[in-house]
Design a protein around this ligand. Sequence first.
Ligand code: ZN
Ligand code: ZN
Length: 453
Amino acid sequence: MTNFEPFDFAPLLRPEGFCCACGRVHNADIRLLAVGPNILPSLPDQLDVLGFARSFIVADANTYAAVGERVCRILKEKEIPYGTYVFPHRTSKLQPDENAVQAVIDGFDPACDLILAVGSGTIGDICKAAATKLSIPQITVGSAPSMDGYTSASSSLELNHTKASIPENAPIGVICDTSVMAEAPLRLIHAGVGDVLAKAHSLIEWKIAALVRGEDYCAPTAALVRQAYERVTDGMESAVRREETGIRAVIEGLLLSGICMTLAGTSRPASGQEHYFSHCWEMMAIARGEEYELHGIYVGVGTLLALRILEKLITLHPTLEHAEAAAERFDESAWEARLHRVFGQTAESFIALEKKTQKNEKTRRMQRVGKILENWDELVRLIREDLPDTDALEEKMRRIGMPTRPADIGLRKQAVLDAFVCSRDTRDKYLTSSLIWDLGYMDEFESWLPEIL
Ligand SMILES: [Zn+2]
Ligand SMILES: [Zn+2]
């Protein structure tokens, strides 16, 4: 099966970039990307080639035990000096917040010329923020195939009791030893699979955004992300059996989709409505002081919801009159009250965002409606063309033990409705929920959604 062949990243990572058929030059500034079995011992040579003499290793209790200790041993054997900062927490308890970032900055040994982050999402996000503040380059040694943010130039941090995506310098390198990753907890492998399955929806939404909002779309990048998706749908069963080929398919799918976001210069190829379910559930949990699930687990559940929402959407026959009546009925104070009920204090930042973007303003809304109605047949065609068999996808996820329904991870129906209705308010991005709101169908979807939960 071709999808089990190792993926050749080199052509995507040329420093001069490549001229794409979409007319742009794409560039992903990553100097080192190594994936394969038993490659950890090559770390000293890789650091040497890149000219780094002393690394500052950052891990938490779990990732130190899983990989960090071995990294230290490998460096010690070659008599290469290094510093360390190990969070005493276990991964599930470590929050990527200001305190954690400051702890790395405070513990940093100024004799070091590199931050070597050992972990996956949480450690990676903390280190990106610390490395950016310290103006020091970062390389990540991955501990689990759990999310696609390894190469990204942003970190997902908890700030002021909410979750925010902060622009940071991207790591200059990532090393993923698949023999190490094969030992990762099953839940993290499930999460990685979920983060790639998301592309079944995000790629369709990217096309919709290009059609009705005129956003930049790059077909070759979309085709690469589709490859990442196919690698994972082919390899997910092998991955949970912890076979090298399957683990490799998942981590390569994750890295590829991460790189594609950099190439496209937007998160569009890899993140859409399905990710906003996840963002909202995280923010809702943080607002209530509750723990939340792994990103990729939420995203997997969100993907099935988002796909079923698209299935429903293309059965509708939207009209100008229907959209206009909804725009007339819009009640700003009810809208604000709901944001407050769902997100607590964080609602204020969404209300402030609306003051800037004015997406609720009637004239702008009706202009968007005009554009959607003009392109409706084409939009339905695009969705139909790429919509996967959602039942079959859910069955595949179930077979490997992944949660597929909100109730599987303890989410109540109201949490699904709130996340869907409010997702369009949380950032300035045009989502499937934005389109449904514009057309005046939000009430209909709120009544219908419980049927699929
Ligand atoms: Zn392109
Ligand atoms: Zn993701």
